[in-house]
Design a binder for this molecule. Structure first.
Ligand code: RIB
Length: 296
């Protein structure tokens, strides 16, 4: 069984700010760093650091060499990663003193993914293989349909929300991973609880993993609900926390762990990640996560 993540790779331009810049405002920043990021890249690294072998598929732009180095240095298999002349995707990220972030994206290379590239990767996968997806690459709807036809176990992180995603057919998706805002939006409801119930009714075979911030997370699959608490920490930078959660959850499931265990490790890994700056750089290794869980 393979685990393949078809996703974005970004250069993150990170600015420490006193508060998020408002309309019409110009502000000084306290520091600037360039980090590896992208929901795709972050999630591949999280899967790998959970102890599960993972392949990253996607498009690398001309400035992306160190993103590929970080992935391979983290144990991620890059045989499905292709190159393009389109500039590398990037993100501009403001981080407040409370660790909250605000992000805008330039898709670049991530938005150059074509149906041909998708077919080229998917034809090498078999029914039952895991396929992780987020919404930062082009042709996501095509990818969802093609993956369903192939019988892949699709885990979709509905982030960021877009019109294309809101209109996507989720009947071929195995797990949908959402935060509260994404859950409400995907269901077309006013709040996450109503969205969770609506998605359960609308897609009876869909697994739903809903993260609830300080309230932890809840999942639903095959008629069973599992709840997991959050672990309180002092946040330095929340960037990539959701990616760490998603990557650990899938990595642990793929290693055959029970859903409750996968959610607990995902929750702890995500808690540890927010105590450190950066996205990919903040994702802990399984040894550290396991030790923290055992110390509870
Ligand atoms: O989820 C965090 C990520 O979102 C950042 O690394 C940034 O690149 C954006 O994709």
């Amino acid at each position: 069984m393979n685990v393949v993540n078809f996703g974005s790779l970004n250069i993150d331009h990170v600015y420490a700010v006193d508060h998020f810049c408002r309309a019409g405002e110009t502000i000084h920043t306290k520091s600037y760093t360039q980090n590896a990021g992208g929901k795709g890249l972050n999630q591949s690294i999280a899967v790998s650091r959970s102890g599960q072998k993972v392949h990253h598929a996607g498009l690398l732009g001309p400035e992306g060499a160190r993103l590929a180095e970080l992935l391979s240095g983290s144990g991620v298999d890059l045989r499905y990663l292709k190159h393009t002349d389109v500039p590398q995707g990037h993100a501009v990220i403001q981080v407040q003193p409370d660790g909250q972030n605000c992000i805008f994206l330039y898709g670049g290379s991530n938005q150059a993914v074509t149906p041909q590239e998708i077919d080229g990767v998917l034809m090498q996968l078999n029914a039952g293989d895991y396929l992780l997806l987020q919404n930062e690459i082009a042709n996501l709807t095509y990818l969802l349909r093609a993956a369903a036809r192939r019988g892949l176990r699709v885990v979709l992180n509905a982030s960021p929300i877009s019109d294309e995603l809101l209109n996507a057919d989720l009947s071929g998706v195995d797990w949908l991973v959402v935060n509260e805002i994404e859950c409400a939006a995907m269901a077309g409801c006013g709040d996450a609880q109503a969205g969770y119930e609506t998605l359960k009714q609308r897609y009876p075979s869909l697994g739903i993993l809903l993260t609830l911030g300080s309230e932890g997370s809840v999942s639903w699959k095959d008629g069973t609900e599992v709840r997991q608490c959050a672990y309180p920490v002092k946040a330095v930078d929340t960037t990539g926390a959701g990616d760490t959660f998603m990557g650990y959850f899938v990595g642990c499931l793929a290693q055959g762990m029970e859903r409750q265990t996968a959610m607990q490790y995902a929750s702890m890994a995500s808690a540890i990640s927010v105590t450190r700056p950066g996205a990919a750089a903040s994702i802990p290794l399984m040894d550290e996560v396991r030790a923290a869980v055992e110390a509870l």
